[in-house]
Design a protein around this ligand. Structure first.
Ligand code: SER
Length: 890
C-alpha cells in the first residue's frame, strides 16, 4: 500500500467516525516553545490546555513533523528520520479511552477491502501504563486482546508529554510482531526491534511542569477536560505494509535513496559505511525540501541553522559517496519533490523557488569548503609548528561558526593529518553559543508576557477589531493590561505596558509592514505613548508603550490616535513594494518570488528569490517601469474573497506563508494583484518617486533591493545632484563628461605609478655591479649578503638576486642573499649558482635559515627561493646567519 494511500485511508476512517479532517499545519511552529512542529498534536496544544476553544470536538490529521534532537543518529540506524508524518485522531473533551481503544483496533484489523489496514490480530501486542487497569480492561474485554499480549510499563515508556511543560498523560501503545527472525519472544518489553510500535494512544488528562527526562517532572493537576491524542508514524506503517525492512526502503524515502545511489555510482546494501551516507542523504534531502517549502531559509540560527546543517551534511555525504565534488542537490531535490508531491501538491508549484534556495546553499557551501580548507591547513600547520598534535577547540569552533564546517569534517581532516581535535573545548564553545542564542530568542519572541496571558485575553474578550484600513482614530475600551509579563489592573506613569483594546486603528507589524505609533488617551486619567504594536497570537493586537502621564486601567475608555504622517509614509512604501515586486517579475520571470520585505517610513527593502544578481541596466529598467506606473496614477483597490478565487485571479501569495480561507486582495489595475493585509495609498500617484538604491545578495539564493520612496527619494536625488555639481566644478568638466574625465585621471595615475616602479627597479639593479664586486669569500664560495632600501618590492629583490648571481658567473660557487622590507614585513631572496649547488648548498635551505631569524618561514627550489618573517629589525642578523651557514660549508 502506497504511503499516500495509507494516509488517505486513516483520515477517511476517522472522518467517517465524526472527525473533522484538519490539513497539516506548517512545519514552522506557532508555539514559541518549539522551533519546528515535532508531533501531530502540536497545532492542537491550546485546545488541550483549555487556552482556546476548539472549533471541532474531534479532529484527524496527517501532520508533517521534524525532529532534530537525534539528528546525529539519522542514517546510523534505519529507524531514525528527521522528517516524518504523524497520523492522528484527537478528541477535545469528547470521547476518551472507551472509544479511542476500539476505534484504533478496528482501523488496524479491518480488512483492506473494508477500508482498514488488514493486520492479523494475532500479531498485535499492546502496552498500558503500569496502573491503568481501565485501559487493560478495555483491551481485554471490549477488543478481545488476550491478557498474555498486554504488558504494563512505567513512566519512561508509557507516559507521554512534549518534553516541556504542557499537556501530558498515560499512554497505551500498539505493537506489531515482525516474527521470530527479527528477535526474541516476549513482547515489546523484551525486544522493540522485533515488536515494532505502530500506534501511540495518549490519554491526555494532566498538565505537567518543568523537569528533566521522560519521568522527572511534577504533575501540576488535571487538564480542564479529558482528551485523546494519538500518533501513528506514517513512514513506519508504510514499511510494514509494503513488506520492507525499514523506512528507507519505502516508496517515498526509497526513491530519494536510490537516486542518490545512482548519482554517486554506489549500491545500497553493498557496504555499511556508504549505506549510512545514503540514508543520511535520503532523509536530509526530503527534510530540506519540506522545510524550504514551508518558508524556512538557510541561516545561522534556529530553524535556518537546522536547514543549513542538514543541507551541508547532505553535500558532505554525497562527496564521500561519489569521491568527487559534483553538485547533486538539484537532482535529489527534484526526486524528493516527486516522491512527496502526491501528498503535498504545492511542492510542484513551488519547485522553482525550492530549487533556487537549495541550489544557492549548495554553491555557498562549496565556496565555504574551499576557503575553510585553507583556514584548516593554516591552523593545522600552526598546531604542528608548535609541536602539538591536538587541533584546538577554538579553531574547530571557528571553522564551524564562520565556515559552517561540520565537526565530523574537521575531525576527519584532522585525523588524515595525524591530529586529534579538542572536542571538549569545541563542545563547550558550542554550548555557550547555544545558551546565548536561546536567551536572545526567548527575550525577543515572548516580549514580556508568556503566550498564555495573551491566549486568556483572546479567549475572554475575543479578537481585536481592526479599524485602521479606514480610520486613523477610534474610541476604544481597554480589555486588558500587561505589566512585567503579567495581567495588571492598572499601569502608572513611567510603566512599560502592553494594552489590549476591543477595537483599534493601529496596524500591528505584519507582512513586512512596520507597526503604527501614536497615543491612547483616557480622558482625565492618563496617556500612553504607543511605540510598537504586535499580534503575539492571531487576532489579538497588543499595543506596547509607556505611560506618559497619569494612569490607565482596565475598562477605561480611551481615544486611540495613530501618527498619521508615519502611517501615510509607510503605506506609500508598502504600495511601492507591490509595484517593485511586479516589475521584478516582469524582468526576471515568475521565479522571482517574494522572500521577505520591510516597509518603513520613507523606504523599503524587498527580498526575492533569484540565483544571480540584476545588472545595473536591468535594475534601471525595473525602476523606470515602476515610475511609469506611478505617473499613470492607477487606483489602488482592495477586496475580500476566497483563497481559491484570489489564486485563480493570479494574485501573488507569499511563498511559505499561511493563509486562511478568506483573504484580502490588493489590486493596482492589472499591473499588480497580491494577497495582502497591509495598508496602501489610494492611487499610485501619491508615491511621487521611487528610487532604487541598489541590489545585493543576502545569501542562499535570496537577493535584496532597497528603495527610497516619495520625499525621501527626492531628497536623495537632490543631494546626489548637488554632489555631482561639486565634482564638476572641482574637475572643471561638464557633468556629462565626468566619467571620461575620471577615467583619464585614473589612467594617468596608473601610468605614473608604473613609471615610479620602473625607476625604482632600475635603481635597485644599478647596485648589482657594485654588489658583485664586493662579494666575500667563505671557503671557496663567493657570498653577497645585502640589505636593499626599505620599500623595495619582492619582485625587484628577486630580479636583483638573479642579476648579481649572473654577474658572479658560473665557473665558481656563488650565493646571493638580498633582503628588504617592502611594507612592514621583511622579505628575503636567495639565489645559488650551479657550482655552489654541486657543493650541496640549496637556496631553499638557506632561505629557511634566514626566515627563521626573521620570525617566519619560507622555502623553494634549490636555485632560487624566497621567504619572509615578521621582524623587520632582524634583517641584518638574518643575512649574517646565511653567511655563517655558507661559511660552515654544505
Ligand atoms: N503525541 C503522541 C506522540 O507524539 C501521540 O500523538 O507520540
Amino acid at each position: 500500500m502506497e504511503t499516500a494511500e495509507i494516509a488517505r485511508r486513516f483520515l477517511a476512517f476517522f472522518e467517517n467516525n465524526g472527525h473533522t479532517v484538519v490539513p497539516s499545519a506548517s512545519l514552522v511552529a506557532e508555539d514559541p516553545t518549539l522551533l519546528l512542529v515535532n508531533a501531530g498534536m502540536v497545532p492542537f496544544k491550546p485546545y488541550f490546555l483549555g487556552q482556546r476553544t476548539p472549533p471541532y470536538q474531534r479532529a484527524t490529521s496527517a501532520q508533517k513533523c521534524v525532529r532534530t534532537i537525534d539528528i546525529d543518529e539519522v542514517g546510523k540506524t534505519s529507524r531514525h528520520a528527521s522528517f516524518f508524518q504523524m497520523l492522528g485522531n484527537f478528541s477535545f473533551g469528547d470521547y476518551f479511552k472507551e472509544q479511542a481503544v476500539p476505534l484504533a483496533w478496528r482501523l488496524l484489523t479491518d480488512s483492506t477491502a473494508d477500508g482498514g489496514f488488514g493486520f492479523d490480530p494475532e500479531r498485535l501486542w499492546v502496552t498500558v501504563f503500569h496502573d491503568d487497569d481501565e485501559a487493560e480492561t478495555l483491551w481485554r474485554e471490549r477488543v478481545g486482546v488476550p491478557a498474555a499480549r498486554i504488558q504494563r510499563r512505567g513512566m519512561a515508556d508509557n507516559f507521554w508529554s512534549m518534553g516541556v511543560p504542557g499537556p501530558c498523560g498515560p499512554c497505551s501503545e500498539i505493537y506489531y510482531d515482525r516474527g521470530p527472525e527479527y528477535g526474541a519472544d516476549g513482547g515489546p518489553v523484551a525486544d522493540e526491534n522485533r515488536y515494532l510500535e505502530v500506534w501511540n494512544l495518549v490519554f491526555m488528562q494532566f498538565e505537567r511542569g518543568a523537569g528533566g527526562g521522560k519521568d522527572d517532572f511534577p504533575i501540576l493537576g488535571d487538564l480542564p477536560k479529558k482528551n485523546i491524542d494519538t500518533g501513528m508514524g506514517l513512514e513506519r506503517m508504510a514499511a510494514i505494509l509494503q513488506g520492507v525492512d525499514n523506512i528507507y526502503e519505502t516508496d517515498t524515502l526509497g526513491r530519494v535513496l536510490h537516486r542518490a545511489a545512482e548519482l554517486t555510482g554506489t549500491r545500497y546494501g553493498d557496504d555499511e559505511r556508504s549505506d549510512v551516507s545514503l540514508r543520511v542523504v535520503a532523509d536530509h534531502m526530503r527534510t530540506a525540501t519540506m522545510l524550504v517549502s514551508d518558508g524556512v531559509r538557510p541561516g545561522n540560527e534556529k530553524r535556518g541553522y537546522v536547514l543549513r546543517r542538514i543541507l551541508r551534511r547532505s553535500v558532505r555525504n554525497l562527496r564521500l559517496l561519489s569521491g568527487d565534488d559534483r553538485a547533486l542537490l538539484h537532482d535529489l531535490t527534484a526526486t524528493a519533490i516527486d516522491a512527496m508531491a502526491d501528498q503535498y501538491p504545492s511542492l510542484r508549484a513551488d519547485a522553482d523557488s525550492i530549487h533556487g534556495v537549495i541550489d544557492a546553499e549548495e554553491k555557498n557551501f562549496a565556496d565555504t569548503l574551499r576557503s575553510g580548507t585553507a583556514l584548516f591547513a593554516r591552523a593545522a600547520e600552526k598546531t604542528r609548528a608548535a609541536g602539538g598534535t591536538t587541533f584546538s577547540g577554538t579553531d574547530a569552533f571557528q571553522l564551524h561558526d564562520t565556515y559552517g564546517f561540520p565537526i565530523d569534517l574537521t575531525l576527519e581532516m584532522a585525523g588524515e593529518q595525524g591530529l586529534t581535535v579538542d572536542e571538549d573545548a569545541f563542545r563547550a564553545l558550542m554550548q555557550q553559543q547555544k545558551d546565548t542564542a536561546k536567551r536572545d530568542a526567548k527575550a525577543k519572541k515572548l516580549g514580556n508576557a508568556d503566550i498564555g496571558v495573551y491566549a486568556r485575553l483572546l479567549d475572554g474578550s475575543g479578537a481585536t477589531e481592526f479599524l485602521g484600513y479606514t480610520d486613523h482614530e477610534a474610541e476604544s475600551r481597554v480589555l486588558g493590561l500587561i505589566v512585567d509579563g503579567a495581567d495588571a489592573a492598572v499601569a502608572r506613569a513611567g510603566d512599560r505596558v502592553e494594552v489590549v483594546l476591543d477595537r483599534t486603528p493601529f496596524y500591528a507589524e505584519s507582512g513586512g509592514q512596520l507597526a503604527d505609533r501614536g497615543t491612547l488617551t483616557a480622558d482625565g486619567r492618563g496617556t500612553v505613548d504607543v511605540d510598537d504594536v504586535q499580534k503575539p497570537i492571531a487576532g489579538l493586537f497588543v499595543h506596547r508603550g509607556t505611560v506618559r502621564s497619569g494612569e490607565i486601567a482596565v475598562d477605561d475608555r480611551v481615544h486611540a490616535l495613530i501618527d498619521t504622517d508615519r502611517r501615510a509614509s509607510i503605506s506609500r512604501s508598502h504600495s511601492a513594494t507591490h509595484l517593485i515586486h511586479s516589475a521584478l517579475r516582469n524582468a526576471l520571470g515568475p521565479s522571482a518570488g517574494q522572500a521577505g520585505s520591510e516597509n518603513r517610513p520613507g523606504g523599503l527593502r524587498f527580498d526575492f528569490t533569484a540565483n544571480s544578481g540584476l545588472t545595473p541596466a536591468a535594475l534601471g529598467e525595473v525602476e523606470e517601469e515602476v515610475n511609469t506606473v506611478l505617473a499613470g496614477d492607477i487606483q489602488v483597490r482592495d477586496f475580500q474573497t476566497t483563497l481559491d478565487e484570489a489564486l485563480s485571479m493570479g494574485a501573488l501569495a507569499m511563498f511559505g506563508e499561511k493563509y486562511g480561507d478568506r483573504v484580502r486582495v490588493v489590486e493596482m489595475s492589472d499591473y499588480s494583484r497580491e494577497l495582502c493585509g497591509g495598508t496602501h495609498v489610494g492611487a499610485t500617484g501619491q508615491l511621487g518617486i521611487v528610487k532604487l538604491l541598489g541590489e545585493s545578495s543576502v545569501g542562499s539564493g535570496v537577493r535584496r533591493v532597497e528603495a527610497a520612496v516619495g520625499l525621501d527619494a527626492f531628497r536623495r536625488l537632490s543631494k546626489e545632484s548637488l554632489l555631482v555639481g561639486r565634482l564638476s566644478e572641482q574637475l572643471k568638466a561638464p557633468r556629462e563628461e565626468l566619467p571620461e574625465r575620471i577615467d583619464a585621471m585614473v589612467a594617468r595615475l596608473r601610468g605614473a605609478e608604473k613609471e615610479i616602479e620602473r625607476l625604482r627597479a632600475a635603481q635597485v639593479l644599478q647596485a648589482a655591479a657594485g654588489l658583485a664586486e664586493g662579494a666575500r669569500e667563505h671557503g671557496g664560495v663567493r657570498v653577497v649578503a645585502h640589505q636593499a632600501p626599505d620599500g623595495t618590492a619582492g619582485d625587484d629583490l628577486r630580479r636583483l638576486a638573479l642579476d648579481v648571481r649572473d654577474r658572479l658567473g658560473g665557473d665558481r660557487p656563488a650565493v646571493v642573499a638580498v633582503a628588504a622590507v617592502p611594507k612592514d614585513r621583511p622579505v628575503v631572496v636567495i639565489a645559488v649558482n650551479a657550482p655552489a649547488r654541486d657543493t650541496g648548498l640549496k637556496a631553499g635551505d638557506l632561505v629557511g635559515v634566514a626566515a627563521r631569524a626573521l620570525g617566519g618561514g619560507g622555502g623553494g627550489k634549490p636555485d632560487v627561493a624566497q621567504g619572509g618573517g615578521t621582524d623587520p629589525a632582524a634583517v641584518p642578523a638574518a643575512l649574517r646567519s646565511v653567511e655563517e651557514r655558507v661559511a660552515r660549508g654544505a
